[in-house]
Design a protein around this ligand. Structure first.
Ligand code: ATP
Length: 367
């Protein structure tokens, strides 16, 4: 096992800057997720760690060793890809043992390691099958097994679950976590799926356009996104953003626009004092909006707003209600039993103590 450190890593492909000044310390044994939209540089970062890309600038360390000039096979990493990359003509046993055979590990030893790993992954009965005779989930387990038998210092995963159906993905997510708890191998995992990032990572690295936006635990990122981009990327459905003006009325401070005037709780008001009479953006997560009819008694009357119900999506465990407030459409995640119908006007309550305010120009979080 080993820590991984990236210092000022930049990777350019001609004029395209795929990764820019990337700095990250991954302590030994941590499970870190790189998450961001397509093209933000996740795979390039991972491939650079693996040695499959030569970086344009910066240093990469695995353990104490700077590996910039170390070829991939000597970096002591194992990579698992989205497309599994299994050898089609080899059975599961030979696929899993391939790396060990190359390293001339004695046959008996190989046999022991492959059997133990296959049992760990629940594919002990499949060792003589070819990849085409396996389901997607089983193939992914073989790919994992091939990585595990090498007992690497670091696992690198590139969207390993994206080819699986939704149900299997959830099951495999749990299995991977369980595996990590047992093996405790340093893991860097790339995904574009924010839910996968939230559920699997000790820490999440949110990227956009080759640049790290925020590195923190899933809860920190959800509670305290550093900017509007991160706030919108993490959480599902996404946070609602409402352009507004911050106004002061007597001793109260409000986020105000045509259609709503929502009071910012007094203990948080000082954080937006520089924005009084200036434009800003209010951010409220769908789960922080309630229908007033179902709200518990003690809400702040200053956090109520009126909106018309546009579309109601019952999901069973909750109702996603799309509401229109003046020119803006918001999503509210409501109790499944709330009685709201398309076309009606109703009152809603925003949990303003959990809301955010963003600078309109820089998009940095103000509150
Ligand atoms: P995805 O989720 O779609 O795989 P990603 O976040 O992993 O995206 P990268 O594959 O790292 O993104 O790509 C980052 C940027 O670098 C993109 O603009 C991409 O087009 C560019 N890029 C990646 N590889 C190359 C290459 N070999 N040659 C030129 N440009 C490249």
């Amino acid at each position: 096992m080993a820590e991984v450190r990236l210092k000022g890593v930049t990777k350019e492909f001609g004029k395209v800057v795929a990764v820019k000044d990337f700095n990250l310390d991954v302590p030994d044994g941590e499970f870190v997720i790189l998450v961001g939209p397509s093209g933000c540089g996740k795979t390039t970062t991972l491939r650079s760690i693996a040695g499959l890309e030569e970086v344009t600038a910066g240093e990469i360390y695995i353990g104490d060793r700077m590996v910039n000039d170390v070829p991939p096979k000597n970096r002591d990493i194992a990579m698992v890809f989205q497309n599994y990359a299994l050898y089609p003509h080899m059975d599961v046993y030979r696929n899993m043992s391939f790396g060990l055979r190359l390293r001339k590990v004695p046959k008996l030893e190989i046999n022991k390691i492959v059997k133990r790993t296959a049992d760990l992954l629940g594919i002990g009965e499949l060792l003589d099958r070819k990849p085409k005779e396996l389901s997607g989930g089983q193939r992914q387990r073989v790919a994992l097994g091939r990585a595990i038998v090498r007992d690497p210092h670091v696992f690198l995963f590139d969207e390993p679950l994206s080819n699986l159906d939704a149900k299997l993905r959830i099951a495999m997510r749990a299995e991977l976590l369980d595996l990590h708890q047992r093996l405790k191998t340093t893991t860097i995992y790339v995904t574009h799926d924010q839910l996968e990032a939230m559920t699997m990572g000790d820490r999440i690295v949110v990227m956009n356009e080759g640049i790290i936006q925020q590195v923190a635990t899933p809860q920190e990122i959800y509670d305290h996104p550093i900017n509007r981009y991160v706030a919108g990327f993490i959480g599902s459905p996404s946070m609602n953003f409402l352009p507004c003006t911050i106004v002061k009325d007597n001793s109260n401070i409000y986020a105000s626009a045509k259609g709503f005037r929502l009071r910012i709780p007094s203990d948080q008001a000082k954080m937006v004092k520089d924005y009084i009479n200036k434009e800003a953006v209010l951010g409220v997560r769908p789960e922080h909006i309630d229908a007033k009819s179902t709200t518990v008694k003690d809400y702040d009357p200053g956090s109520v707003f009126e909106a018309s119900v546009w579309v109601v999506e019952p999901v069973g465990s909750e109702k996603l209600v799309h509401i229109k407030c003046d020119q803006y459409t918001l999503v509210a995640r409501l109790d499944p039993h709330v009685d709201l119908k398309s076309g009606q006007t109703a009152e809603f309550v925003a949990k303003m103590d959990l809301a955010h305010v963003f600078d309109k120009e820089t998009e940095r979080t103000v509150l």
